[in-house]
Design a protein around this ligand. Structure first.
Ligand SMILES: [Zn+2]
Length: 76
């Protein structure tokens, strides 16, 4: 996976698709919410079902990417 491709990827938990991802040893990490996504057979698996939550986070809804989305919704 090259850097140009990586730069286009966004966290699937961010509905606005603003949060970028960075590479680590096992996969990709969201720059905003720190959740982790696996890379399988060279391809990043960017689906909420495969997310690995950061320590101390028990639910997807607690993540900054999701909280930002929920704030948007309640404002409308
Ligand atoms: Zn995120």
């Amino acid at each position: 996976m090259d850097d140009t491709f990586l730069a286009q990827l966004r966290c699937p938990l961010d509905p606005k698709r603003e949060a970028t991802l960075t590479r680590d040893e096992q996969g990709l990490v969201c720059s905003r919410c720190s959740c982790h996504f696996p890379i399988k057979q060279g391809l990043p698996v960017l689906v909420p079902e495969e997310v690995e939550l950061p320590p101390q986070t028990r639910e997807v809804s607690q993540l900054p990417c999701q909280r930002a989305a929920n704030r948007e919704k309640s404002r409308k």
